[in-house]
Design a protein around this ligand. Structure first.
Ligand code: DLL
Length: 432
């Protein structure tokens, strides 16, 4: 089943022509109306007239997360404040977050991408979709919410947490599909088991739409075997709008809608394209984005491209499961955290010394982040009350700036390992 059969199944050569037309219009618009994009194109020595074929996309400059930070909050916007109907916010690499703006049309296209995704796995009228991604500044909750409503499903906006209540509602309201992170799905399964709930016997759940963090085929098998449901991989980033691209029922790669985005896979070192099927860094150009267009955005995720037509009939490029990142971004319970943000937060606390270490582990299915922090010699004290006050300050700053709860362990000055070369700040004990 297709949501937009014409676009989803357009013959490849026609699709490429369509992409070229859209790209050309986008580049002219950006060059004409936005100082940031015009400046970047001039720096690169490229003019819109130089874009004579789809391959000429390679002449355009790349964009990076740093650009969003440097232009915070709205210097990269190409729409006026009046036209922007929504903001979403995600983590920046240090102090400032990344802000994304949406016009009404941006929300409409984003919703449409999700409607295609949900339709491709047979979700529509008659389904009850529990959206257990976070609602709010994160794009997961509202994105899936709008998409599920558009296909005519009934939405239960459960958001994250309060798992027992989520399970109760899932049973009482005959929920048929859930959208959440894979680790939360596993956690739900564990809580259900403790409560004596059998997903097969006691619920109507049959499909799960899982993403926002790395996961593996092993985790998929674990979820499917334990809960008796089908699990699908959904992908997106806030800079592109949010969750947008998903596997179809074939489960052979994530469909990136061809009229919505152009996929490039590059060698992160040489920045040259890699052959189909080879792993490299994902670069996406969103063709339809008004408030904050994205050309050649270097997402930093590693994957490969599949160009041949899918068994489902869709012709757009598919990408494989995300296999890693080219930067040090961590995803902890679905929230993006950069070690540089932790450092930035700690540096503003005078009692903190020079060294810190991040330890990631799993408690049951859920990620736990511990930050070991050395104190400066002058602030180290054997008075419990002093130490508790410092710990409290670090706890609350971490919550405030990183948006997640962490375990803080105060360490004696000089007790953490020293490194002669690049400091190893992260120990990740999680298994994906
Ligand atoms: O995580 C958007 C999203 C919400 C996707 C709900 C899927 C479902 P950000 O917070 O900006 O946006 O994080 C984007 O998360 O660059 C990847 O590194 C990672 N990521 C997202 N989906 C997957 C996935 C949302 N299916 C960053 N597999 C991306 C692996 C994923 N990593």
């Amino acid at each position: 089943m297709y949501w937009n059969a014409r676009m989803e199944c357009m013959p490849k050569d026609e699709l490429r022509k369509h992409q070229f037309r859209e790209l050309k219009t986008l580049v002219y618009r950006l060059y004409s109306f936005n100082n940031f994009y015009r400046g970047r194109m001039k720096e690169q020595g490229v003019h819109p007239d130089d874009i004579q074929s789809l391959e000429d996309i390679r002449k355009l400059p790349f964009m990076h997360k740093q650009d969003l930070r440097d232009n915070y909050p709205t210097k990269m916007f190409t729409s006026s404040r009046e036209e922007v109907v929504r903001y979403h916010v995600s983590s920046g690499t240090t102090g400032k977050p990344t802000l994304v703006g949406y016009t009404a049309q941006d929300i409409d296209f984003w919703t449409d991408s999700l409607a295609r995704a949900l339709t491709s796995i047979g979700i529509g009228t008659g389904d009850v979709v529990q959206v257990s991604y976070g609602y709010g500044l994160f794009t997961g909750g509202l994105g899936l919410h709008y998409g599920a409503e558009r296909v005519g499903a009934t939405v239960l906006p459960a958001s994250v947490g309060n798992t027992e209540r989520q399970l109760e509602l899932m049973i009482d309201l005959d929920v048929t599909a859930i959208a959440c992170t894979p680790s939360y799905m596993i956690h739900m399964g564990e809580v259900a088991k403790k409560l004596g709930i059998d997903f097969q016997r006691d619920t109507k759940l049959r499909k799960a739409i899982l993403g926002a963090e790395p996961w593996s085929e092993g985790m998929r098998k674990h979820i499917e075997d334990n809960l008796g449901i089908e699990a699908y991989d959904i992908y997106g980033t806030s800079e592109l709008s949010g969750p947008m691209f998903m596997e179809c029922e074939e489960r052979n790669g994530i469909h990136v809608w061809g009229d919505v985005a152009i996929v490039e896979i590059i060698d992160p070192e040489t920045e040259e394209p890699v052959p189909d099927g080879e792993v490299g860094e994902l670069v996406i150009t969103v063709l339809k984005k008004e408030a904050m267009p994205m050309i050649r955005y270097r997402i930093r995720d590693l994957t490969y491209a599949l160009e041949e037509k899918c068994e489902c009939g869709r012709t757009s490029t598919r990408i494989g499961r995300i296999s890693g990142r080219t930067d040090d971004m961590l995803i902890i319970r679905g929230i993006n955290v950069f070690p540089s943000q932790v450092e930035h937060t700690l540096m503003n606390i005078p009692e903190v010394g020079e060294q810190f270490m991040i330890i990631l582990d799993r408690k049951g299915a859920l990620d736990v982040m511990t930050v070991q922090v050395e104190l400066s010699p002058e602030h180290f004290s054997d008075k419990m009350a002093d130490m508790m006050a410092i710990k409290k300050r670090i706890d609350s700053d971490m919550k405030k700036y990183l948006n997640i709860s962490v375990n803080v362990e105060l360490m004696d000055p000089g007790s953490l390992p020293r490194f002669e070369g690049k400091a190893k700040r992260v120990v990740d004990k999680r298994v994906f």
